[in-house]
Design a protein around this ligand. Sequence first.
Ligand SMILES: Cc1cc2nc3c(=O)[nH]c(=O)nc-3n(C[C@H](O)[C@H](O)[C@H](O)COP(=O)(O)OP(=O)(O)OC[C@H]3O[C@@H](n4cnc5c(N)ncnc54)[C@H](O)[C@@H]3O)c2cc1C
Length: 477
Amino acid sequence: MAEYDYDLGVIGGGAAGLTVAAGASQLGVKTLLVEKESRLGGDCLHYGCVPSKTLIRTARVRHLMGRAQDFGLPAVDLLPVDYSQVGKRIAEVIDVIQVHDSVERFTSLGVDVQFGSASFKNNHIISLNGKAVSARTWVVATGSSPSVPSIKGLNDVPYLTNLDIFSLPELPSSLIVLGGGPIAVEMAQSFQRLGTKVTVVQRSNQILSKEDEDMARFVMEGMIADGVDFILGSKIEEVRQTEGGIEVVLNESGEQKIVRGSKLLVAMGRDSNTKGLNLEEIGVVLNQGAVEVDSRMRTAVSNIYAAGDVIGKYRFTHAAGYEGGIVVTNAVFRLPRKADYTWLPWCTYTDPELASVGINEKSAKASGIQYETVVEEFSTSDRALAEGEAKGRIKLLLNKKGKPLGCQIAAVHAGELLGEWVAAVNGKVALATLAGAIHPYPTLSEMNKKVAGKLLGEKIFSEKVRKILRLLFSYRG
Ligand SMILES: Cc1cc2nc3c(=O)[nH]c(=O)nc-3n(C[C@H](O)[C@H](O)[C@H](O)COP(=O)(O)OP(=O)(O)OC[C@H]3O[C@@H](n4cnc5c(N)ncnc54)[C@H](O)[C@@H]3O)c2cc1C
């Protein structure tokens, strides 16, 4: 039998790779973890979730200070933001979390951590820092990078991406954001709230284009109220550098329009990190640049798995972690566990947040699925009113039998509120159970109970029931 240096080799020390490495090594598997940067944690910790959510919080505090009078307080004079101080706070939060993703922690779990850029020589051997390293099984978890589309002039101008936006020396006076996805809108709102004049330029006619239009509108209206400008449905013709910054030339239904800003943020999607790995040369199949896997995370080469952003399915940290778990079950336990994304939730952390689990109206229509909706507005929530955050909606999609197909929430703390639906749909909890469960008053979570009980309530308080009660108990009505 062939001898390998390791039972399992993991390439990439982000959410997916760390999950696999921690799981395998704790099961006694001789594990190697290779990371090309000088620290573990990947995009989520250093250039993604953690810095963005920290920035969002800072921006929200400033925004609430600006709303002081809405809460009966004296107006606050908002001083200009020193972005280096914001960056300092971001770095501090990363430092605290880094301990959890440290080399010391993974070494103590039994993982051999090595730094360097890996490249396959064959399906068992990689080249790492000039040396050949072998493993019985490999896992590609190399993540993704900001996609930079071929737009005339774009490569000749300085632009920002998620890699540098969190560590700028100073706050830009104005910012053009190319893209209308989650990263684009989260950053756009945050910078606007910190004092930058932000313009979002988006090709399609809707921001957050995977979401239902009515739900995405809450986010857009919230951002417009903050002062963000939107240019939707326009084609970018050219990007140019000027003395004062950047010019983006747009084509709006045949008419040329120019948008100017001091800085440009490109947030137009992600590309899988596969360059230099030699994957296709050893037989791994790529599909539009992403590593193709089956539902057990196996690539076309039987001893090579892939997980996380690099497979291009759902680019979220929790999806990467879930897929990492699927790899461990298949590659270590040798059990045929398949990934099931039916109830994969996500959230965009704007104000209001937009969170979703299961299918929405857009995807139901696209798949020809019959559904009905139940909707509740947050303007009917006592707690939302008390908080001064009463804008939003919760929407439930039900099948013919009244079982939930999906739930979307556009509201303050929507991501937290969604947790109850995540548990309910995974646990197959009946709507009547959720509607009958006592929720603390006054909480936003009462909206979950309210929407779950809405159809039931309509049935109970129907004319038919009234008639029966009149008959039975001689009520006069
Ligand atoms: C601004 C922003 C905000 C985000 N916010 C959220 C959020 O709120 N919630 C959420 O769920 N997701 C969020 N995401 C997405 C999330 O960051 C990713 O889904 C997650 O990091 C994917 O994990 P991963 O392990 O697949 O990849 P990564 O975390 O990118 O890790 C891959 C690692 O592989 C390394 N690598 C690459 N090539 C090689 C090589 N050849 N050899 C060795 N190492 C290599 C990289 O250096 C990297 O450390 C956000 C992303 C961005 C950009």
